[in-house]
Ligand binder design. Structure first.
Ligand SMILES: [Ca+2]
Ligand SMILES: [Ca+2]
Length: 227
C-alpha cells in the first residue's frame, strides 16, 4: 500500500510528459534557419592595417550561424522605395532595394560624410523577423555607428525599436549601443527582429575605417504579414 501514492504520481507525470509535446506544437511557430542569397566574396585583398579592439569582431571567411525565423518569411523590402538624410552623390536610392549587392562599383550608392541614414518604406506594417544589411563589401572595412531602427512613424519620433547599434561611444547621438563592430564581407550583417511590427526601416552609418563617406548596397527585410 505504501507505494501507491508514488505510483499514482508517476502515472500522472508520465501522462503530462506524453501530452506536453502536442500542446507545445500547437503553440509554437515553425521556424527554419534564415537563408540569404549571398553575393560574391569581397574581391579586394585584406589590408594589413585592419582596425582591432575588443568591440570589433575579427574577420572570418565563414558565414556566421544563421538565425532562426518563422517559415514563410520573405524579403518584403525588394523593390520598395527608399529615402535618405542626404541625396546620394553616386548611384541611386533604388539600388538599395534592387536585390543586387555584388562587390562592384555599379552596386554601391554613396553619400557624403557625417551621420547619414537611408530608410525603406515597406508600404505597410509587417512582422519583421530579420533585417540583413550590406553597406560596402567592395573593401574589407569596418563601418562606424551602424544603427538599425524600425518604426511605424516615418519621422522616427515615436514607436522606435532599435534592432542593432554598435555605437558604443554614442558618437551618432542615438544612444549607447552594445552590439559589436564588424568587417564588411559578403555575409552582410543580420539584425534580429523578433516579429516587431513596423512599416519603416532606417539604417544609420558614420563613415568607415577606410573612408569618411557613407555607402549602402542592400537592405533586405525578412517578414510576415501582420495578422
Ligand atoms: Ca543593391
Ligand atoms: Ca561611435
Amino acid at each position: 500500500m505504501k507505494n501507491t501514492l508514488p505510483k499514482t504520481l508517476f502515472a500522472m507525470a508520465l501522462t503530462i510528459a506524453l501530452l506536453a509535446p502536442s500542446v507545445r506544437a500547437a503553440n509554437t511557430i515553425e521556424t527554419e534557419p534564415l537563408k540569404l542569397n549571398l553575393p560574391l566574396h569581397t574581391l579586394k585583398g585584406t589590408p594589413e592595417d585592419l582596425p582591432a579592439g575588443p568591440n570589433i569582431e575579427p574577420p572570418s571567411d565563414k558565414a556566421p550561424p544563421p538565425i532562426n525565423v518563422p517559415k514563410g518569411v520573405r524579403n518584403v523590402a525588394a523593390g520598395k522605395s527608399v529615402t535618405s538624410s542626404v541625396p546620394p552623390f553616386l548611384g541611386d536610392l533604388s539600388q538599395i532595394t534592387d536585390s543586387k549587392k555584388e562587390p562592384l562599383d555599379d552596386d554601391a550608392t554613396e553619400f557624403k560624410k557625417g551621420v547619414q541614414w537611408v530608410q525603406v518604406d515597406l508600404g505597410q506594417s509587417f512582422a519583421i523577423h530579420a533585417v540583413a544589411m550590406w553597406h560596402d563589401h567592395r573593401y574589407v572595412q569596418v563601418m562606424r555607428d551602424v544603427i538599425l531602427q524600425v518604426s511605424d512613424d516615418p519621422e522616427f519620433h515615436s514607436g522606435v525599436t532599435t534592432l542593432y547599434n554598435n555605437d558604443v561611444d554614442n558618437s551618432a547621438g542615438l544612444g549607447v549601443g552594445t552590439d559589436r563592430e564588424y568587417f564588411e564581407l559578403e555575409f552582410g550583417r543580420v539584425a534580429v527582429g523578433k516579429g516587431v511590427k513596423a512599416r519603416y526601416v532606417r539604417g544609420y552609418t558614420r563613415g568607415s575605417s577606410q573612408s569618411a563617406l557613407n555607402c549602402w548596397q542592400e537592405i533586405e527585410v525578412y517578414a510576415l504579414p501582420v495578422k
